[in-house]
Ligand binder design. Structure first.
Ligand SMILES: NC(=O)c1ccc[n+]([C@@H]2O[C@H](COP(=O)([O-])OP(=O)(O)OC[C@H]3O[C@@H](n4cnc5c(N)ncnc54)[C@H](OP(=O)(O)O)[C@@H]3O)[C@@H](O)[C@H]2O)c1
Length: 423
């Protein structure tokens, strides 16, 4: 069994590389912002379209245009979204070729808007790197979003990143590509957006990053209850309405593990400078502690439209469709430590963030595969983390892999995970 080794490389940070010396992105001179929404039919994608439509009502400086939108299988929603935009998209991409045969009327509806329709994963890459695009919203779920996110990074775009799995799988590769192309990577994940906002309060570097976690639907469940948890109960998140994969990740707390890894790459702090606290109300989105022990937090009601908009309009702040606090009523903010006994998946995030190299690709692939098997009723809820631990510990860690090697290990880890359960 191979121990995951501590990476000898010093932590790199993505957000610093993105910012100019004033801490702000360079002035923009264009009057229209062309936004490509990859994963438009998902929870983040539809919220992004809502934000863009609203920006056109409140932004005095720019006209906002969803110039490209992609979906994978949800053809009817893709057509509905394209038809509902203030300005029709230039291009609509259906990334799942197998769904093309069922497109029919919906495809005709999109073409009647004057939009071009493209198919397959190559069309995603082309949409992400098209010269007309200013901002790419990377909102595809899982490792499937990696190639298009990389294409946007390599083309030097502003990338509003929801697809955390890209950084988990290939943090160092993305980091190098950002430095070469000048791409601006801005987080959509509410925790990382919060940290990004908090660190702007001081020119001094943070001492600790404190990620908050809702604790998910099983925060108060016993191990025995979790052993027999059904997909339906795991999908019932108490505070956030999200896609199925991240909702299950939230129930196992692997989502927080992935976010620890994401934070390590975005902010360049080592794993030991990152902490997780459980905050069931999901109002404090994360905190930063400075050298003098002062803690700065970002608060807002749980609604992804705020971090999405901030990534689009940064450094400007404009009215947002997310709700305000109702301060006429009493409200509680509870913080409690995470329970490593009942949620062992969280620890994997710290191990992988410290190890770097190939560990992220292996954890991510094992987890994606296990979540799929759990949702299909083939393994138990608690098998997800056990399977991830097993696969991670059986892989031979490499500290400086190229992207091809990471993708090879992604395939290996999925197979290995299935083998563990004889599937
Ligand atoms: N939801 C949230 O509140 C939230 C918060 C923070 C971060 N995130 C992150 O944002 C990303 C998206 O999450 P989500 O909750 O929006 O997921 P979701 O609702 O399940 O949507 C996923 C999107 O990806 C598309 N897609 C699925 N498989 C694909 C493939 N193989 N190739 C290309 N496109 C594919 C889907 O298309 P079809 O539906 O048309 O098949 C859909 O547009 C994830 O990385 C998640 O961790 C989400």
């Amino acid at each position: 069994m191979n121990r995951i080794r501590e990476s000898a490389r010093s932590p790199e940070k993505l957000l610093d590389a993105n910012l100019n010396q004033t801490g702000h992105l360079p002035e923009d001179t264009r009057s229209c912002k062309n936004v490509a929404v990859l994963g438009a039919t998902g929870s983040i994608g539809t919220a992004t379209i809502d934000v863009v439509n609203q920006l056109n009502r409140v932004d005095p400086e720019f006209r906002w245009h969803v110039c490209a939108a992609s979906g994978h299988k949800n053809i009817s929603l893709l057509a509905e979204l394209a038809s509902g935009l203030d300005l029709p998209p230039d291009r609509v991409v259906l990334s799942d070729r197998k769904s093309a045969h069922a497109f029919g009327e919906d495809e005709a509806r999109i073409r009647s808007l004057g939009s071009r329709v493209d198919f397959g994963p190559e069309a995603l890459i082309s949409a992400a790197s098209d010269a007309s695009v200013d901002i790419v919203v990377a909102a595809i779920v899982g490792r499937a979003g990696l190639e298009s996110t990389m294409a946007a990074v390599e083309a030097g775009k502003r990338v509003a990143l929801a697809n955390k799995e890209t950084l988990v799988v290939a943090g160092p590769v993305v980091s190098r590509a950002c430095q070469q192309s000048g791409a601006e990577l801005l987080p959509i994940d509410s925790e990382h957006s919060a940290i990004f906002q908090c660190i702007q309060s001081s020119p001094c570097p943070p001492k600790k990053l404190i990620l908050t976690a809702s604790g998910g639907p099983f925060r108060n469940w016993t191990q025995a209850q979790m052993d027999v948890a059904t997909p339906k109960s795991a999908l019932a998140h108490p505070t956030w309405k999200m896609g199925p994969k991240i909702t299950i990740d939230s129930a196992t707390m692997i989502n927080k593990a992935l976010e620890v890894i994401e934070a390590r790459w975005l902010f360049g702090l080592p794993a030991e400078a990152i902490e997780v606290v459980v905050h069931p109300q999901s109002i404090i989105h994360s905190m930063v502690e400075f050298e003098d022990s002062s803690v700065i937090a970002q608060l807002s009601p749980p609604d992804m439209r705020l971090p999405i908009q901030y990534a689009l309009t940064y450094p400007r702040r404009l009215p947002c469709p997310s709700p305000d606090f109702d301060r006429t009523k009493p409200w509680d903010l509870t913080l409690e430590p995470a329970d490593p006994e009942r949620f062992p998946g969280l620890q994997l995030g710290f191990e992988v963030a410290a190890a770097g190299g190939t560990a992220g690709a292996v954890l991510n692939a094992a987890n994606e595969e296990a979540v799929g098997l759990f949702l299909a009723g083939k393994i138990r809820f608690t098998d997800i983390v056990v399977g991830c631990q097993d696969v991670l510990r059986s892989h031979s860690h490499e500290s400086d892999p190229a992207l091809d090697r990471l993708l090879e290990l992604d395939r290996w880890a999925r197979k290995e995970l299935r083998n563990r359960f004889k599937l």
